[in-house]
Design a protein around this ligand. Structure first.
Ligand code: TXA
Ligand code: MG
Length: 310
């Protein structure tokens, strides 16, 4: 299969994407977090093609992206609580994914048989327009091969999935550069299943926040200890000098190289791109500096620790 890349601004880009999605094939699309590999969530055969292209194990459920907020009641139950309403008003459309009990309209293959479904609404204008024109929810995991680094530019998608999907829509580099925050509201509390652009501090304004740590019970398989893995071994340290003295060829990933003004948002937006570059530069080892574990730093450290685990 030949993979076509269309600039999002090209006259036929949106229509072509909708046409392919309607025909039951997947398309890689930009979102505000990372690029997603989207397919019609209500079409089982289309969803299966996502798993195939990514070599993703079928036990790993997908996030469903809604064309409009009113789809929430059609796909889930339990969205009518005040807490969920407040979260939607504040964070949707945007990088917050909610895990809620699902209705039977959601195919088993999407949720890997779970009784819950993960839903979000993308704020990316291109993604949002395509979803609206299709008029159906879109299942979309990150557009990388399973276990690899999430793509933040169209060319990353091409390097991961070329020949496996018909179309990539190029919307430039993504804004956040990290996957959405995944939250399960339960008994009035918010369980963070994956840290992301919406921080625990922001969520704590709405309810008690509970987080799971690396190695604890796996609820979101994105929570597998080893994930986002470069091929080059990676270590996270607060003593880069010590590692440099060991005589290895070392690529350094530190805060200032990702953001000269030491801004966590900017560092997060550049993290995966830089990690990909370092991975291609042929080092014996990538050494990542520890980031301050507050705000977005929590999500950055989470990704680095998983990239280091093997
Ligand atoms: O920002 C994002 O969320 C991107 C863009 C494309 O939207 N998507 C993304 O999808 O990161 P993916 O498949 O790479 O990660 C989805 C994560 C997986 O770790 C999956 O296990 C978890 O969401 N997940 C999906 N459904 C779930 C459910 N019902 N309960 C718990 N975790 C779930
Ligand atoms: Mg992923």
């Amino acid at each position: 299969m030949k993979t076509q890349v269309l600039d999002a601004a090209a006259a036929n880009a949106i229509a072509r994407a909708v046409e392919i999605l309607r025909g039951g094939d997947p398309v890689a699309l930009p979102t505000e977090t990372v690029y997603g590999l989207a397919a019609d969530a209500l079409n089982v055969d289309a969803v299966l093609k996502i798993f195939e292209a990514k070599e993703r194990p079928r036990f790993d459920p997908l996030i469903v992206h809604l064309p409009e907020r009113d789809w929430l009641e059609r796909l889930t139950t339990g969205s009518e609580t005040q807490l969920v309403r407040q979260l939607l008003d504040r964070f949707w459309p945007g990088p917050l994914t909610l895990v809620l009990p699902r209705r039977s309209i959601v195919p088993d293959v999407v949720t890997a048989g779970l009784e819950t479904v993960a839903v979000r609404m993308s704020a990316h204008p291109v993604f949002a327009q395509i979803a609206r024109e299709l008029g159906s929810p879109l299942a979309a995991p990150s557009a990388n091969r399973f276990g690899c680094i999430s793509p933040t530019e169209a060319k990353h998608v091409v390097s991961e999935l070329t020949g496996r999907i018909p179309l990539v829509i190029d919307g430039g580099a993504t804004t956040h550069g990290l996957e959405s925050t995944i939250v399960a509201p339960r008994n009035g509390a918010l369980y963070v299943l994956r840290h992301g652009p919406i921080t625990a501090e922001e969520l704590a304004e709405f309810a008690e926040v509970k987080t799971t740590r690396l190695g604890e019970r796996i609820e979101a398989p994105g929570q597998l200890p080893s994930h986002y893995a470069p091929r080059t071994p990676l270590t996270v340290t607060n003593d880069i000098c010590n590692v440099l003295q060991q005589g290895k060829r070392v690529g350094v990933l530190n805060f200032v190289s990702l953001s000269p003004r030491r801004d966590l948002r900017e560092a997060a937006a550049n993290l995966f791109r830089r990690l990909r570059e370092l991975d291609q530069e042929g080092y014996d080892l990538i050494v990542a500096e520890e980031f301050p574990e507050e705000g977005l730093g929590v999500a950055i450290m989470d990704r680095l620790r998983r990239a280091a685990a093997r």
